[in-house]
Structure formats: structure tokens, C-alpha cells
Design a binder for this molecule. Structure first.
Ligand SMILES: [Zn+2]
Length: 247
């Protein structure tokens, strides 16, 4: 079966083969064996390079065995991303988020479309990578059931008082600092500014094409998403620990 797939990882195996992890639109994240695909000078090898959108043909030969990749052809090589170190890092964060959040072989076509959209944004010289990242991470979290909402405080039902709220990433609850003290909530929660939650809610709810928030909000949103992802993805390394420019 031919399927549109994003290559996430690719490891050389012995002399001439590769083990490739790819995100297929129809079948989810799969790991497959590609015989004779080790050389990137070959077309087959080039189509199985990480951060490449390819049409992949293959199948499971026997139940419970490794997927076999028979053929692959490049649909979009994302050459610009691969030529720019900063954009490579941002794209790599996307790969880590997908491999960290998606179980194997579970079809997630909408997440797939957002992932392709993310790489297309990173290929656009005029688009801000950090904004593309915020939109991608927020939309993926939303689709997987971890929507970020700037709701009123769940205890006093009041519009957030003060600038600081506490966000509980495991269930999405929001508490104001006063109620948090009053009800004696012992769990730490994530401290977050109201404007950051509103910014993320707005991005998650719409197809936003261009950055509207100011740069400090973008930077703090990247930080906040990092803290949410640290709760969700094993061994998550913060974006702002990477040598990239936020803004
Ligand atoms: Zn409250």
C-alpha cells in the first residue's frame, strides 16, 4: 500500500540497509526495514532521509514482523530546512514531540497534516520558526486531547484575578493564586501568566497564519509549552536549552 509518510528517523543497518521510522498518514508511526537503502546518493536512500516527505510502499510480510519498505519516492525534500541549522533544530523538536506522544501504528491523519504544515512553515523564509513551533505543539496537544484553555479559575469561577494563574497539565485545570491558597492545593501546578494562556488558546482554536503576539509573549509561550511537554513526554529537553533564537 502506498502512503504519504514523513520520515522521522533513519539508521544505517549493516552495509547497505536502513531501519527507518516514519509517520504514515494512514497507518501512524511505523518502523520499517529498507534493504539496499543505505546510500543517500541512491534515490531510494534519499527518499528515506529524516525530515523528508515521501510516498512509501511496503507492508508487513508476516504478522508481528518488521514492516518491509519496498519503494519510496520523495514528495517534498524540505531542502531549505536541511540547509539551515536553526530550522533543523526546530524541525527536530517536532520529530521528538511526535515520537514522544504517538504510540506506534495508531493512525492520526490530522496530526500528520499538522506536522506537514509545520515543516512547510519552517520552509518559508518569511515565517517565524518559533511561532510555527507554538502553533504546531499547541495543535498537536489539542488533537491528542490536551487542549490548553484560558478558562476562569475553577474554584471562584471568576475571570482570572491578577496576572498569575496555576495550570495543572494533567487535567487542564486552572486556579487563581488566591483559591489555590484557600483550598490548600498541594500540587505545584505550572505558574503561568493569563496572557500566555490566552495566546495559546487563541492559537489552538484558529488557523492562525501570522504571528500576532509580541515577542515576549512568544518567548514565554515557548517556555510554558516546554513545561507542559516535560510532563507529557519522557526525557523532554527544553526548546530554550537549544542553541536557537526565540523571537
Ligand atoms: Zn479563584
Amino acid at each position: 500500500m502506498e502512503q504519504s509518510s514523513l520520515v522521522l528517523r533513519s539508521l544505517r543497518y549493516l552495509e547497505s540497509d536502513r531501519v527507518v521510522t516514519f509517520f504514515s498518514r494512514e497507518e501512524g508511526v511505523l518502523t520499517g526495514f529498507a534493504r539496499g537503502a543505505a546510500g543517500i546518493s541512491s534515490r531510494f536512500g534519499a527518499s528515506l532521509e529524516p525530515l523528508t516527505l515521501s510516498s512509501v510502499i511496503g507492508r508487513f510480510h508476516l504478522e508481528g514482523t518488521l514492516y518491509r519498505i519496498h519503494k519510496a519516492a520523495i514528495l517534498n525534500p524540505f531542502t531549505y530546512i536541511k540547509s539551515d541549522l536553526d530550522r533543523c533544530y526546530w524541525a527536530g523538536m517536532g520529530v521528538r514531540l511526535l515520537t514522544g506522544l504517538l504510540p506506534p501504528a495508531l493512525p492520526e491523519p490530522l496530526v500528520f497534516d499538522i506536522a506537514v504544515d509545520y515543516l512547510e512553515s519552517l520552509s518559508d523564509t518569511a515565517a517565524s520558526p518559533s511561532f510555527a513551533w507554538i502553533r504546531f505543539a499547541t495543535c498537536v496537544l489539542d488533537l491528542l486531547g490536551y487542549q490548553i484553555r484560558a478558562d476562569d479559575c475553577i474554584a471562584c469561577r471568576d475571570t482570572p484575578r491578577g496576572k498569575i494563574l496555576f495550570y495543572y497539565p494533567m487535567d487542564g485545570r486552572v486556579l487563581c493564586s488566591l483559591c489555590r491558597e484557600n483550598i490548600g492545593e498541594t500540587e505545584e501546578g505550572l505558574k503561568v501568566e493569563v496572557e500566555v494562556l490566552r495566546f495559546l488558546e487563541w492559537i489552538g482554536s484558529k488557523k492562525v497564519a501570522k504571528v500576532q503576539g509580541d515577542v515576549p509573549t512568544v518567548g514565554r509561550s515557548v517556555e510554558f509549552l516546554d513545561r507542559i511537554l516535560s510532563c507529557r513526554v519522557k526525557d523532554w529537553k527544553a526548546v530554550d536549552s537549544l542553541p536557537i533564537h526565540i523571537g
